[in-house]
Design a protein around this ligand. Structure first.
Ligand code: SF4
Length: 319
């Protein structure tokens, strides 16, 4: 679907395994947060990754940012292996926008200094930084006076605009947004999403947009990957996934968006018992304990890997 394009992110067999010890004498349990993922993101496109908490999406975000080395596999960003890249080179290429701007902004640092910091780290002089900050404030729709304020003098939406300005000041090619609107009021959420879409076009950004909320992802992404216990169980074009979801989990997620109170998590009913536990991944199809269509085959055998990881996706059974 993106053939012939330049892929600015390439993940090959990417895995992240943690060892978790519950007590001093307990044996360590293995947590498979990201399980052998391979995917590519075309330059200038937006990949939405959606899933419940514990599905591995935030771990994947930290891996893409180079904050967490992969247990296995290769990650190429802008054609170069992320492992061999120094911090400054990485920062010029890829920047984060996290969920809670309050915790990612230094409360004692003025906004202007906060936005300028990535440039200062790159060795840019003060006068040039001041000009760049003024320009970035305008880009994200904030008044110039904001530069002299502190984070606690700003609203949540303004703080997230500051975090976006700070991310964009080094002119990166990629923005990794991990639940960037989840901490904001609904009315502000839409403004921040629209701002990100504008900036994406203006700065020719590639976006990886991570959210538990399918409606948010639908708004912003060209391609959508639905993540469940460390795998992309369905990965296709936005229009396809919303018009004709093929994986039972994607269908359940979509059903949850259509409930009267979207954003409150998944409804109990279509997904049945058992929340996903990355320390204890079920055998066979990892979704089988919650899948209304599970058969004996699903309990015993993992579905083939591909765009839709379900034994019955190709035949259309259960549609
Ligand atoms: Fe459900 Fe079976 Fe498909 Fe897994 S393989 S999603 S258990 S129908």
């Amino acid at each position: 679907m993106v053939g012939g394009m330049n892929h600015v992110i390439e993940a090959i067999g990417l895995s992240q395994v943690f060892r978790q010890r519950q007590g001093l004498f307990a044996s360590a349990r293995q947590v498979m947060a990201v399980d052998d993922l391979s995917f590519r993101v075309a330059e200038g496109s937006a990949l939405g990754i959606v899933g419940e908490s514990g599905c591995g999406k935030s771990t994947l975000a930290r891996m893409l940012l180079g904050l967490l080395p992969a247990s296995a596999g290769t990650l190429r960003i802008g054609g170069a292996d992320l492992r061999g890249m120094d911090r400054r080179a990485r920062a010029r290429l890829i920047q984060p926008v996290f969920q809670d701007p309050m915790s990612s902004l230094n409360p004692r640092r003025r906004i202007g200094a906060t936005i300028a910091l990535p440039l200062r780290v790159q060795g840019t002089g003060r006068a040039e930084c001041r000009r760049a900050v003024a320009r970035m404030l305008e880009e994200v729709g904030l008044a110039p006076e904001i530069a002299a304020r502190f984070p606690n003098q700003l609203s949540g939406g303004q703080r997230q605009r500051v975090a976006i300005a700070r991310a964009l000041i080094v002119n990166p090619r990629i923005l990794i947004c991990d639940e960037p609107t989840s901490a904001l009021d609904v009315s502000v959420q839409a403004q921040i999403l629209n701002l990100l879409m504008d900036l994406r076009a203006r700065f020719k950004l590639t976006l990886v947009f991570i959210s538990h909320n399918l409606a948010v992802v639908e708004h912003i992404a060209d391609e959508v990957a639905v993540m469940y216990l460390g795998r992309f169980v369905e990965h296709s074009a936005n229009a396809e996934i919303f018009a004709a979801p093929r994986h039972p989990y994607t269908r359940a997620l979509l059903a949850s968006v259509l409930t009267p109170e979207p954003g409150l998590g998944l409804p109990e009913m279509p997904l049945g018992e058992g929340s996903p536990d990355p320390t204890n991944i079920p055998p066979g199809c990892r979704f089988h304990p919650r899948c209304p269509l599970a058969t004996e085959l699903c309990r015993n055998q993992a579905p083939p890997r591909g765009a839709v990881e379900c034994h019955f996706a190709a035949s259309g059974a259960g549609a």
